[in-house]
Write a protein that binds this ligand. Structure first.
Ligand SMILES: CC(C)(COP(=O)(O)OP(=O)(O)OC[C@H]1O[C@@H](n2cnc3c(N)ncnc32)[C@H](O)[C@@H]1OP(=O)(O)O)[C@@H](O)C(=O)NCCC(=O)NCCS
Length: 171
């Protein structure tokens, strides 16, 4: 399988925040943002693998900024690393200023998707070759995030999580 770059899977979804999608403070409801991120990330994983993809885990979500009613929100997703059958997808969420159009980073998240065949069995995906400095940084951190996710899910023994352990032992 031919290796791919993050730009091959880059998925951009722009939408407004409507009243039915807000919490009592008139800000975007967290679950709505999770769903938007899941959709964009799922498309990115599909573009990388050209397979059916399923969400295996949500590894990290940071709701750093509230997103007010009426905001224009852009969700950008791209595969940050591919393993054997799983892919880490990094998601950046941007808000657009109503008056000057300036974009500010609102939130970010990291999801893991697995490519499966028609019977739901995990199937291999192409490798990912990062190009930019940011893509290389995200690629480098992905193995320890995968190990952390597997340890938390009870699918890997902490002792086998060598990349993760190195993070603590090297200070
Ligand atoms: C995701 C799923 C396919 C994994 O199946 P599985 O039996 O654990 O398969 P495997 O053990 O072979 O793991 C497959 C890959 O997923 C990865 N994986 C599994 N669980 C993971 C987790 N919690 N975090 C990160 N990666 C995980 C494994 O490391 C492996 O990756 P690799 O092949 O790249 O090394 C299966 O659990 C599933 O179908 N879950 C439901 C998915 C779904 O419906 N999502 C929507 C929720 S509503």
């Amino acid at each position: 399988m031919e290796a791919k770059n993050p730009k091959d899977s880059r998925t951009v979804m722009t939408d407004m925040v409507l009243p039915s999608e807000t919490n009592p403070l008139n800000n975007l409801f967290g679950g709505e943002l999770l769903a938007r991120m899941d959709r964009a990330a799922s498309i990115a994983a599909r573009r990388h693998s050209r397979r059916i993809t399923v969400t295996a885990s949500v590894n990290h979500v940071a709701f750093n900024q509230a997103v007010p009613l009426g905001s224009v929100v852009t969700v950008e997703a791209a595969v940050s690393r591919a393993f054997k059958t799983s892919m880490e997808v990094y998601i950046d969420v941007w808000m657009e200023d109503r008056y000057n159009g300036k974009r500010t980073k609102a939130n970010e998240a990291i999801y893991t998707f697995v490519a499966v065949d028609e019977t739901g069995k995990p199937t291999e995906v192409p490798e990912l070759e990062p190009e930019t400095a940011l893509e290389k940084e995200r690629f480098a951190g992905a193995l320890r995030r995968k190990q952390l996710s597997l340890v938390l899910a009870g699918k890997m023994k902490p002792n086998d999580a060598t990349e993760l352990k190195a993070l603590f032992s090297n200070g």
